[in-house]
Design a binder for this molecule. Structure first.
Ligand code: CA2
Length: 150
């Protein structure tokens, strides 16, 4: 790789800090720390500078997205429950105007109807749902390719 490594922000939304402790049938048995370690390894392998962030608070997520303005080349986000409700997170992603990849551990389209609507999907470059934690790694691979072509 030539030139400067691209900085990428990976955001985990509310309750994802509980991963591995409850509902393993839906979300898997890995903890968020396990998943973050795999994300960091994959980022290194791809030559990306990855930072991860988790919050249970909508405003904190909006602040972190705004903080990416001018510093991050792309964002991977699992907005968790805010996927289905947050105009604020959607607007923040639009304001930063870098490629966004939306990730869901579960296939939200196979679940309750209130999970079928995402306020993020149409502002994202791509959405991955149903691959479990591997979705984050696939998202980084896709983002690396997009950034290498930009
Ligand atoms: O499938 C996904 O990744 C979701 O974004 C996860 C959200 C859910 O509200 C979305 O509809 C789909 C929920 C994350 C909650 O994570 C937990 C993990 C362990 C125990 C309890 C909750």
């Amino acid at each position: 790789m030539t030139g400067q490594a691209h900085r990428v922000l990976v955001i985990h939304g509310p309750n994802l800090n509980m991963l591995g402790r409850r509902e393993p049938g839906i979300y898997g048995s890995d903890s968020l720390a396990d998943i973050d370690a795999r994300i960091m390894d994959e980022g290194k392998r791809l030559g990306l500078l990855v930072e991860t962030f988790q919050s249970n608070h909508e405003g904190a997520i909006v602040d972190r997205i705004q903080g990416a303005l001018g510093t991050c080349a792309g964002i991977v986000i699992n907005p968790a429950a805010y996927t289905h409700t947050s105009v604020a997170i959607r607007d923040a992603l639009l304001a930063v105007s870098v490629p966004v990849i939306e990730v869901h551990l579960s296939n939200i389209h196979k679940r309750e109807s209130f999970r079928h609507k995402s306020l993020v999907s149409d502002v994202a470059q791509a959405t991955l749902a149903g691959f479990g934690a591997q979705g984050y790694l696939l998202a980084l691979q896709g983002l690396a390719r997009i950034l290498s072509q930009a």
